[in-house]
Design a protein around this ligand. Structure first.
Ligand code: ARG
Length: 568
């Protein structure tokens, strides 16, 4: 909105397209320097004048209702009349509803997310993938795309031969049902320990995997059993995080779809022998060869991803594919995309590896082999327990306090992740994430409850009164909002722009920073203006801004996966 109006002021006086002008606008660092700034460097050449002189000239030409222009060095600073424009903005925000944009136009976007491995722990990488993927899903949805989430489970591979072998020898059904991942892990570790001295184990495992690939009933039965018990554990995690998937299609789903890919690679002359294995060479691109088939004839991870990509494009009709997977798999995706490109799949340009950095919990890494394992569920439990403790201290009478503690504890973890640029490494501290005064989920939730309690109180006050916005004359807004309210109001107009930028970069942190800014600006406003003023006109304007802020907070927090309790 502000940009549109600024454009209206500037465009008649410069020889640039609307897009060029919009791209040049800058937000002045403080409202005292104006609401929008237009730099004149770019025009210096054409007009053969200094940017300062151009700024002066433009300022003298601008003549638009409610807009004051001022030259400041090479900048034209625009000031919008607050009485006139605040009403326009409030009106438009009320009509527009946050995030009803349609830049996506129903475009199908597959989001490959979470994708843990059966019989292995749900790692921190999987947690990050789940949270970032879920946020991207809602961001795309809000912008009018049709996102499709796919959980690409690691449910196939030679490790299942080892798993079956170990289970047959040392398995314990009780333990497996009770604690599937821990028990699978124990078997896995035991297998590797014993295999050092027992030479029969490795061939036995290879044989079981061969049987599995050949469809042997006993092998399949055991495999299904492992998948089932692991899924039960993963599903518990998803439930707590409030995440679901449109499709759960594990690697095994592509078993019968790979020979076609291998055949096509061969037909196109792309396959080469290398020490008995089959590869696609990528030297000219500066990459090691992509392994397609091992010497024993089994296909592997990259081959599955090739088949998967074709399925998503050809059958699911994806127009874009996002792979939300840790940065350690960069080379893998570069190779897969390069092979697709060589096969002539022009649509590979719409495939993106949305990679992210490592996350540690209080300095501890996740590791499958060594002792220092952080179990994620324990982290979630701990976050909820600490949130409950805070509630017990501050507001023990709260209704629903167990539910609120869950919302706050889980929200703290989600937001503690999403507020970081995804590519950065995160050293997660529960204490920081749960700090009600920090840049945290609980801080946002608390701010939201503040908007809601103000609204509830205003309803009590206004039961009798019928003032609504349109009855308010223009003249009161500058006074009603003050600097803090005006800044908040301007910020709210930026929701769509931030959403779009977040989507362009596949970066939920853009919205996370935005919602923090909104919360801070609101708390500032709350500290400076008496929202429930005795003067009805002032109160109506301020309460309207509060209501819109509450909507913006709720909308954005929900997109990021945070719940918004009404009280806490
Ligand atoms: N299961 C894999 C892992 O845990 C992640 C799979 C990611 N998705 C994909 N299409 N490769 O490392």
């Amino acid at each position: 909105m502000l940009k549109e109006w600024a454009l209206e002021a500037i465009q008649p006086h410069v020889n640039l397209s609307a897009e060029e002008i919009e791209g040049l606008f800058e937000l002045p660092p403080s409202s005292t320097m104006g609401d929008m700034a237009f730099p004149c460097y770019m025009l210096a050449k054409e007009y053969r004048k200094s940017p300062q002189a151009i700024a002066e000239t433009i300022v003298n030409l601008i003549d638009m209702k409610g807009v004051k222009a001022q030259a400041a060095g090479p900048y034209v600073n625009l000031f919008f009349d607050r009485d006139y424009y605040a009403l326009k903005i409030l009106d438009e925000l009320q009509l527009s509803k946050f995030g009803q944009s349609n830049i996506g136009q129903g475009k199908k976007v597959i989001i490959d997310m979470s994708s843990p491995n059966i019989a292995k722990p749900f790692g921190i990488g999987h947690l990050r993938s789940t949270m970032i993927g879920a946020a991207l899903y809602k961001m795309y949805q809000t912008a009018g795309y049709e996102p499709i989430s796919v959980n690409h489970l690691g449910d196939w591979g030679t490790q299942f031969g080892k798993q079956i072998t170990a289970y047959k020898r040392w398995g314990d059904d009780e333990a497996l049902k009770e604690n599937p991942i821990q028990e699978s892990l124990r078997l896995y570790v035991r297998f590797h320990e014993e295999a050092e001295n027992d030479a029969s184990l490795d061939p036995e495992a290879r044989n079981w995997f061969r049987l599995l690939e050949a469809g042997d009933e006993e092998a399949l039965r055991l495999w299904r059993y492992f998948v089932e018990v692991s899924m039960q554990e993963f599903n518990r995690m998803y439930e707590r995080l409030d995440v679901s998937f449109d499709y759960v299609l594990g690697e095994s789903f592509y078993n019968d779809k790979m020979s076609q890919v291998v055949q096509e690679l061969d037909d196109k002359g792309l396959l080469e022998e290398s020490e008995g294995a089959k590869v696609v060479r990528l030297e000219e691109l500066g990459m090691p060869p992509c392994l397609i088939m091992k010497s024993d004839g089994t296909t592997i991870y990259p081959t599955r991803d090739l088949a998967t990509a074709f399925y998503r494009h050809d059958v699911l009709k994806a127009e874009q594919i996002l792979y939300v997977v840790g940065g350690e798999q960069k080379l893998h995706f570069q190779q897969v995309f390069a092979v697709l490109d060589k096969m002539g799949a022009a649509w590979v340009k719409d495939c993106t590896h949305v990679h992210f950095g490592l996350m540690k919990f209080e300095g501890k890494k996740m590791s499958t082999r060594r002792g220092k394992i952080v179990y994620l569920e324990e982290v979630l439990d701990e976050a909820v327990a600490r949130a409950l403790q805070v509630i017990e201290d501050k507001n023990p009478e709260l209704e629903d306090k167990y539910q609120v503690a869950k919302d706050v504890g889980i929200g703290a973890i989600i937001f503690g992740d999403l507020k970081n640029n995804r590519v950065n490494e995160v050293d997660f501290s529960l204490e920081d994430a749960l700090n009600f005064d920090g840049e945290t989920g609980p801080y946002l939730q608390y701010t939201y409850t503040r908007t809601q309690s103000i609204l509830a109180n205003s309803l009590l006050l206004d039961e009798e009164s019928k003032t609504n916005l349109t009855d308010i004359q223009e003249g009161i807004y500058a006074e009603a909002l003050g600097d803090s309210g005006w800044n908040l109001l301007k910020l709210l107009t930026r929701f769509n722009e931030q959403l779009t930028r977040g989507i362009q970069n596949n970066e939920p942190s853009v919205l996370a920073r935005f919602v923090l800014d909104v919360a801070q600006a609101f708390n500032h406003f709350y500290g400076h203006e008496r929202i429930l003023s005795e003067e009805e006109h002032l109160r109506t304007a301020r309460v309207t801004l509060t209501r819109l802020t509450g909507e913006a907070l709720q909308r954005t927090m929900n997109i990021l996966g945070l719940r918004t309790p009404n009280r806490m």
